[in-house]
Design a protein around this ligand. Sequence first.
Ligand SMILES: [Fe+2]
Length: 187
Amino acid sequence: MQMNPNFNKINLNLKNIDYNQFKSNRLMKEFNYGNGVFLRFFHINNMEYFKSCHITNPFILLPYEVRYGEIEGPGNVRPHIDHRRSVALNYYFESGNCITRTYSLKENALMLAEKHNDGLSHNIYRDEDLIENGSFVAEDGDAYLLNVSKIHSVECPGQKIRKFISYSWDYRNTFKEIYNGLIDYAI
Ligand SMILES: [Fe+2]
């Protein structure tokens, strides 16, 4: 299996249950992109129950955090890199037919730091500084390992809310190390 440096499909076995039960009412972060698109992360409701929904444990290197995520559109989560975390494994239980794109950066490109309501800057890039180098559309039930230290965007074409679980690793591990830990589950 050849590793893609930006994203790789992973077979994450979760029980066939009502995944909406994972969402708590405790908001962790909210990003308002100012174009009608909101990205919201919530704490997981009942972590013991969440853990019990995994049929297998694919994680040799354990994530430091797990979140429930939603993207409300339609519109774009503009090209950006994530804060603090470097690698994410996203399990899309309602994909919303959104398109995830990855990019490389042209020379002399600008990064725009924008303030959000969590008090953190969010690293956003201008479209004209970017070269798209890959994309995927997840189906419901797909999981993808994402290099969120590389520039990525999400285009949500419809009214349907994208719902997903997001496992996070930080810069203590490289993308390759996390991928190698999951390699038996790579598709
Ligand atoms: Fe992101």
